[in-house]
Ligand binder design. Structure first.
Ligand code: PGA
Length: 249
């Protein structure tokens, strides 16, 4: 059975006081909860990992540098992230692709850097509204998969998040058919490249305006193994019902 996963991306939100949300979340999570990952801003990673130790929650970072070390002012290496106690790192989020001009080949290198430090990579892909309206979604997804995924992908080192850019932070959510179409397509592309055994076990997350009131429906879509959640992961009272919906799916 493929594992289910709910990952929360706090983006540039939160200070130490907000880590109390982790304890609240742990009390609200159902006993049969799927794997839950919180990705706080980098300065909170160490403290978040310490707080999370007493809970079933895992911690991830939001980005890492592709190099192991060196003269990269302001950047953070995968080894530094692992050193905080975190186990995951998001790479290729559309906000990094857009605001930091990250290209598929950069993201591929970041995923490899993550693996080299024993972090699992949550690799994000997704089309713009323009791509969607021009009927280019599957071509864009195919290109991002081909370019952003290294050859040594396994079900243990990689999670893929499909996040249509037009759905992130907008309250707009694709139809179930649109989500299933892309997730089925991703799974088939993974099977061609990595073989059916690996492809079948890689968790595919949907991301983009997942909320307590739409999560159960989204989890009905084929090949959706969980969610990457932004805004609704900041408060335990919002994230917990999403986790419960996933547990019940
Ligand atoms: P959102 O963000 O849930 O706030 O739309 C999702 C994401 O960017 O991962």
């Amino acid at each position: 059975m493929r594992r289910k996963l709910a990952a929360g991306n706090w983006k540039m939100n939160g200070t130490a006081a907000d880590l109390a949300e982790l304890n609240v979340l742990a009390t609200l999570m159902p006993a049969d909860a799927p794997e839950v990952i919180i990705c706080p801003p980098a300065p909170l990673l160490y403290r978040a990992s310490t707080v999370a130790q007493a809970t079933p929650i895992s911690i991830g970072a939001q980005d890492c540098h592709m190099q192991a070390s060196g003269a990269f002012t302001g950047d953070i290496s995968a080894a530094m992230i692992a050193d905080t106690g975190a186990a995951y790192v998001i790479v290729g989020h559309s906000e990094r692709r857009e605001a930091h001009a990250e290209r598929d080949r950069d993201i591929r290198k970041k995923a490899k850097a993550a693996w080299a430090s024993n972090l699992a990579a949550i690799i994000c892909i997704g089309e713009t509204l323009e791509d969607r309206e021009a009927d280019n979604t599957l071509d864009i997804i195919a290109g991002q998969l081909a370019g952003s995924l290294p050859t040594a992908v396994t079900a243990a080192n990689t999670i893929i998040a499909y996040e249509p850019i037009w759905a992130i932070g907008t309250g707009k959510v694709p139809t179930l058919d649109q989500i299933a179409e892309v997730h089925d397509f991703i799974r088939s592309k993974l099977a061609i490249r990595y073989g059916a055994d690996i492809a079948d076990m890689i968790p595919l997350l949907y991301g983009g305006s997942v909320k307590p009131d739409n999560a159960a429906l989204i989890f009905e879509a084929g090949n959706v193994d969980g969610a990457l959640v932004g805004g609704a992961s900041l408060k335990a009272t919002d994230f917990a019902p999403i986790i419960s919906a996933l547990a019940q799916s």
